[in-house]
Design a binder for this molecule. Structure first.
Ligand SMILES: *Cc1c(COP(=O)(O)O)cnc(C)c1O
Length: 378
């Protein structure tokens, strides 16, 4: 029901809506803009690192059969014990490590920030990196410190060590491979940062399936290392499920800020089912890696583009100066949605990020890109 205009504009002793918002919403929140997700419409969607492959028909039937018995009238298992056991096995979590599940790894980042945050507490991240680190630092009232990567997007170990000594961060997030750049930082650099960080280091392995490398085997070798995974990029983005592994004492503390039933019944049943068919997900991952190689080769052959090698399921592309937005818009007009990174500025100026799709989608993207580039670079 629409409120009468008088209610929206009128002032009482406590002020108008606008005045109350100015008074009560924390300045850090007012300064944020909500995370923008573009409407996918009918586009070929290559903007969000989703797995483009669906399941074989028989597997879909088996999944629906599983859901038939899911008790929707009951609260979910608060520990999601069966699913957690399955994830431990699938992700090779050391037996004595603690494990915490989140409604996507985004929620785990939020839990860590809630548990460690507070006046003067620093969340430190190399930049450019995943934007949710900054957003959740701001939302939870932490101080955010970004340390530039080198020009080739490798970690600037010296600069990181200086910043860590100076800011004494409560938490450092390292995306491994990094988003949006696609590269893996050097393992020995990460180890040096773990040793130097007074708080915890979270190695965010969202793209592990495409990279192979992992800090999971070492997660109990340090007093302050946590490894985060998600099933999103493995083909289950719709379920919203992430995992944090690390020393059990740390994990227990983060578990205190977890909402009791954060992993819903449908997710628990569906993810368990999907992980029982891990071979299907693995085959899709291998396909995506092969298609990434083909896409990289084709992009590298196009004049005017700098293409960054990727260990993830997306590729970052630097376009001729000043043309990223025109190319992005041109692709959109041809029905293809990728991600325009130009607005982020700095080292991402002129950059676009494309997710590896099916072979057909990649071909459509390449052909549209050729068309758009011939218009914009001659
Ligand atoms: C996509 C992504 C995530 C978010 O994963 P969800 O589990 O879907 O919330 C986390 N970290 C990085 C680096 C990502 O790119």
């Amino acid at each position: 029901m629409r409120k009468p205009a008088s209610l929206l504009t009128s002032k009482d002793a406590n002020g108008s809506i606008g005045e109350r918002i100015d008074t009560w919403v924390r300045p850090g929140i007012r300064a944020l803009s909500a995370y923008h997700v573009p409407d996918a419409g009918d586009y070929i969607k290559l903007d969000a690192m989703e797995n483009p492959h669906s399941w074989p028909k028989g597997m879909v039937r088996g999944w629906l059969e599983t859901l038939r018995t899911a008790p929707l009238n009951r609260y979910p298992d608060p520990q999601a014990a069966a699913l957690a056991a399955r994830l431990r096995q699938a992700m090779a979590v050391p037996a004595s490590a603690g494990v915490l599940l989140g409604n996507g790894s985004d929620e785990i980042i939020q839990m860590i920030a809630l548990a460690l945050g507070g006046e003067g507490r620093v969340l430190l991240v190399p930049e450019p990196s995943f934007v949710m680190y900054r957003m959740l630092a701001c939302a939870t009232g932490m101080d955010y410190v970004g340390v530039p990567l080198r020009e080739d997007f490798s970690l600037d170990r010296e600069a990181m060590l200086v910043a860590i000594a100076r800011h004494r961060p409560a938490v450092v997030f390292l995306a491994y491979p990094n988003n949006p750049t696609g590269n893996l930082f050097r393992g020995e650099d990460i180890t040096a940062l773990i040793a130097a960080t007074p708080g915890v280091v979270v190695v965010d392995e969202a793209y592990h399936a495409f990279a192979g490398e992992s800090f999971m085997p070492q997660v109990l070798d340090h007093a302050n290392l946590l490894v985060m995974r998600t099933v999103s990029k493995m083909g289950l983005a719709g379920l919203r499920l992430g995992l944090l592994a690390g020393p059990a004492d740390w994990v227990r503390e983060f578990d205190k800020v977890r909402l009791p039933y954060n992993i819903n019944v449908l997710t628990q049943h569906s993810a368990e089912f999907a992980l029982r068919h891990g071979d299907v997900l693995d085959a899709q991952t291998q396909q995506i890696c092969a298609d990434r190689r083909a896409l990289f080769t084709a992009l590298s052959a196009m004049r005017g583009l700098t293409v960054y090698p990727s260990r993830a399921n997306f590729i970052l592309i630097r376009t001729p100066r000043g043309q990223a937005t025109a190319i992005f818009d041109g692709l959109k007009r041809l029905g293809i949605l990728i991600k325009n990174m130009h607005g982020a500025g700095g080292p991402l100026a002129d950059c676009l990020r494309v997710t590896v799709g099916t072979a057909r989608e990649n071909t459509a993207f390449l052909s549209a890109l050729k068309t758009v580039l011939s218009v914009h670079t001659d």
